[in-house]
Design a protein around this ligand. Structure first.
Ligand SMILES: [Zn+2]
Length: 422
């Protein structure tokens, strides 16, 4: 005996019938290379996804990326190109809204060896971007298609964002994600589950990537070293000072990743580059790091008499697992139980667009995509049957949100921040 209503059973049956089509589609999509820097491949992928969204959405538009810059060898700003994004909307006038997101880019560039799919077991597909996350995009679109075909969420609007740069921090799509999220109360992102059993990610740390280019003054190491200003020494000092923030900012992880500079032994080096990643556990940690970095750089500049150009930011804010999130995850778990699926969750050190959506006061579950694993490697795989499984989980959870089930759950939370904001 399941807890599914007749309407829900109808949706489940429709989705089950779509399993073979979903499996065929994920192979087609995975074999289109859409590495984050392959702008032609991203454009092909975007038109394939748009064609699937057109029949189900009211509007589908292509949104060009924001202008983003990085630093060139000399420390001057230089453009960093990204692909265009998709925004699909349904019932634009509805004020109760859900944002659904996924990314079309993968970590595999056009010249990578890993470009095609193969079945390694009857239900296990190995292929680039299968789990992360072309399978998830299909799950998302099938869930929405089933709901719209049944006409069961007449008062809930939805906005789908499919971006082209998630694997490179969503710098070109951050504004689109932010502005779309602000219109919505609930969010679902279709990243793969954390484990092959379907476990969801709960709390996530934030993440920021940074690059500093240091410019000193060159001189002969023997003749007039006192006229030189050694950029490599300044970069080394900067690296140690940044690493030291681990001691003063609670829970902050710092990874000084790469340091380059200098040349011949008899020349005082006038140029060095340093890049690093930082992951705060909460907003307080992020703000402390944001204050500490420029202060350290100012000190390095005056102490070593060098110029420092800095680029980067905390593009992924921390995503705490608060009472409102517990309510949403509880609804997903309850829906899973009615479908015969066991849903658990655990914190994740990784980051995704769920971080950015949560930062806009949206309650979001960001691992609603397929079950799979070994992502970002040539062993990446997905469980094919998890496509209809997760599409049913998403569709029925969304239906229950539309019916007000989450409002009830939120109201039962004693320390809730209140009902979802309208
Ligand atoms: Zn991903």
């Amino acid at each position: 005996m399941t807890g599914l209503s007749a309407t829900e059973t109808g949706i489940l049956e429709r989705i089950k019938q779509r399993q073979a089509d979903m499996a065929a589609q994920v192979v087609d999509w995975a074999q289109v290379n859409s590495g984050s820097r392959n702008l032609d491949g991203l454009e092909r992928m975007r038109s394939l996804i748009a064609a699937r969204l057109h029949p189900v959405a009211d509007t589908v538009e292509t949104v060009p990326p924001e202008d983003v810059t990085t630093l060139d060898e000399a420390g001057n700003p230089t453009p960093l190109l990204h692909g265009s994004n998709l925004l699909a909307r349904k019932r634009i006038a509805a004020t109760r809204r859900i944002i659904l997101t996924g990314h079309m880019d993968t970590v595999f560039p056009a010249d990578h060896a890993f470009q095609s799919c193969q079945l390694t077991e009857p239900d296990r597909l190995n292929g680039p971007g299968t789990a992360d996350m072309k399978g998830g995009l299909i799950v998302m679109i099938e869930a929405l298609s089933a709901l719209e075909a049944a006409g069961v969420i007449p008062d809930l609007g939805w906005d789908v964002v499919v971006n082209a740069d998630e694997e490179v921090s969503s710098l070109g799509s951050a504004r689109l994600l932010r502005e779309t999220a602000r219109r919505c109360q609930i969010g679902m992102t279709f990243e793969p589950s954390v484990t092959v059993n379907g476990t969801l990610a709960s709390a996530r740390r934030g993440s920021g990537n940074f690059l500093a280019v240091l410019t000193g003054r060159t001189a002969h190491a023997g003749r007039n070293p006192e006229d030189g200003r050694n950029a490599v020494i300044a970069a080394a000092d900067l690296a140690l000072r940044l690493d030291g923030l681990k001691q003063t900012i609670k829970g902050l992880s710092v990874n000084v990743a790469r340091m380059t500079g200098g040349g011949a032994n008899n020349v005082v080096p006038d140029r060095a580059r340093l890049s690093w990643n930082m992951r705060p556990v909460d907003h307080e940690g992020q703000h402390s790091a944001e204050e500490a970095i420029p202060a350290i750089i100012a000190d390095i500049q005056s102490r070593h008499e060098v110029d420092v150009a800095l680029s980067g930011s905390f593009a992924r804010p921390p995503k705490p697992f608060d009472a409102r999130h517990q309510a949403l995850f509880g609804l997903v778990r309850e829906t899973g139980a009615d479908l015969g699926q066991t849903i658990d969750w655990q914190p994740s050190g990784g980051v995704c667009d769920g971080n950015n959506i949560a930062a806009e006061n949206v309650v979001v579950v960001d691992t609603m995509g397929v079950r799979g694993g070994a992502i970002h490697t040539e062993q990446e795989f997905m469980i094919l049957s998890s496509m209809s499984e997760r599409a049913a989980l998403a569709a029925i959870t969304i239906l229950r949100i539309a019916q007000g089930r989450l409002d009830d759950a939120l109201a039962r939370q004693p320390d809730s921040a209140g009902a979802i904001h309208a």
